[in-house]
Design a binder for this molecule. Structure first.
Ligand SMILES: Nc1ncnc2c1ncn2[C@@H]1O[C@H](COP(=O)(O)OP(=O)(O)OP(=O)(O)O)[C@@H](O)[C@H]1O
Ligand SMILES: [Mg+2]
Length: 386
């Protein structure tokens, strides 16, 4: 665990570059620092491995105050990938990766074995690349070597300052995938700086959003997308981004809270009146009407009322549709689509973890959600009839 406690930083005693930063990073977490240029991302990062020291406050790593740890010892535990890959141009790839192990006086074989292992992990054939020089590598390959070098002494923590910003989108995607895989396999704590919201959402388990040396919000990508803490963040991430990442859309994001319930013992005439008064198409039948916590027992549509009248049925419970599906509020939008099409339902009651009614998904609601996600798809502009 890395903990920032009331951290401030100023270089000239006048301007505060960081203002009272507080946050915790759990072991094995992938944390993103994001924010516009000059907001203090690099400064925050450099405090962790003591490339700079705070003006005030403490940083704890596993409970230990970093200001009490010898910077050299500390940096052995913390890998650092700087923005430009920063390889030594006159050294081979092997020598670059073995730089710190050599300083630590690892013997030659151990160093070389480790360099070979890391090159393999990062998809660079060591038989080809070990002896090459940085200028013989592409940007993406150099970046991989930069990561290999940061991993050389097997640190628990890795700091990465905009490591992929100079790469083309395709190389970037593939290195992002590799780093995610690496983190899963090796369980490293990664602190990663980026300007790019897409990258932040893809990689981060949590995102710290910085502005003018303060953390505006610290939360999961989901939380930041769905509940941006300020208008500034909303603008930064783009107002409609949630609709551009449909994989993150849950039933609870698109369900409607506008529905009426009716007690199962109610009279048919009451159901009829409710539908008419509110100009609605269905009622959800529950044990007691309007109850805050109750399980959906059935659905009443107009056709059920017609059936009741034709057959002299008096009670809602004797005529309601009981052949319906419910869906969990935390399921994925796609599950709702699947359910809806599997039974060609018009309404699916949404339930919470206690099986209580908490919303409804209607087929119209789903279509409008899909229209937002894919405004140019075939789903849109159907049935306008103008
Ligand atoms: N050594 C220094 N002396 C004085 N001011 C500094 C120093 N280093 C950084 N700053 C200032 O601190 C602020 C934060 O800088 P920092 O490098 O942390 O920003 P950043 O968020 O990493 O920006 P970028 O996205 O451009 O890399 C900036 O206003 C910068 O000018
Ligand atoms: Mg920076």
């Amino acid at each position: 665990m890395i903990e920032f406690k009331n951290i401030t930083k100023s270089y000239d005693k006048k301007t505060l570059i960081l203002k009272n930063i507080n946050f915790k990073i759990k072991t094995g977490e992938f944390i993103i620092l994001i924010g516009e240029s000059g907001c203090g991302k690099t400064t925050t990062m450099k405090l962790i491995n003591r490339l700079i020291d705070p003006t005030d406050g403490v940083i704890l790593i596993d409970g230990e105050d970093v200001s009490k740890i010898n910077p050299i010892t500390l940096r052995r535990r913390i890998g650092y990938v700087i923005q430009k890959e920063g390889l030594m141009p006159h050294m081979t790839i092997g020598e670059n990766i073995e730089l710190v192990p050599k300083l630590l006086k690892w013997d030659k074989k151990k160093r070389k074995d480790r360099a070979y292992e890391l090159l393999n992990i990062l998809n660079l054939n060591p038989d080809i690349y070990y002896e090459k020089f940085p200028h013989e590598l592409s940007g993406g390959q150099k970046q991989r070597v930069g990561i290999a070098r940061a991993l050389a002494t097997n640190p628990d923590i890795i700091l990465m300052d905009e490591p992929f910003s100079a790469l083309d989108p395709i190389t970037r995607e593939s290195i992002q995938d590799e780093i995610l895989k690496l983190q899963k396999e090796l369980g490293k704590t990664i602190i990663f700086v980026t300007h790019d919201m897409d990258e932040a959402i893809k990689l981060g388990e949590k995102i710290a959003f910085l502005k003018d040396g303060e953390i505006l919000q610290f939360g999961t990508p989901d939380e930041i997308l769905k509940k941006p803490a300020s208008e500034y963040i909303e603008q930064f991430i783009g107002k409609d981004r949630i609709w551009k990442t449909p994989k993150k859309l849950l039933v609870s994001d698109i369900m409607s809270k506008h529905y009426w319930t009716i007690e199962k013992r109610s009279n048919i005439s009451r159901a009829f009146n409710l539908l008419k008064t509110h100009d609605i198409d269905f009622l959800i039948v529950t044990e007691s009407e309007g109850a805050k916590y109750s399980e959906p027992l059935g659905i009443i549509f107009r056709k059920n009322l017609i059936h009741a009248m034709e057959n002299n049925i008096l009670r809602v419970r004797d005529v309601m549709d009981t052949d319906f599906l419910t869906i969990d509020k935390d399921s994925h939008l796609l599950d709702a689509l699947n359910k809806m099409s599997s039974i060609s339902a018009k309404v699916i009651p949404v339930i919470d973890d206690k099986k209580n009614l908490t919303g409804v998904i209607t087929n119209l609601g789903l279509v409008s959600a899909i229209n937002k996600i894919a405004p140019n798809s075939d789903f849109s502009d159907k049935g306008g009839g103008l």
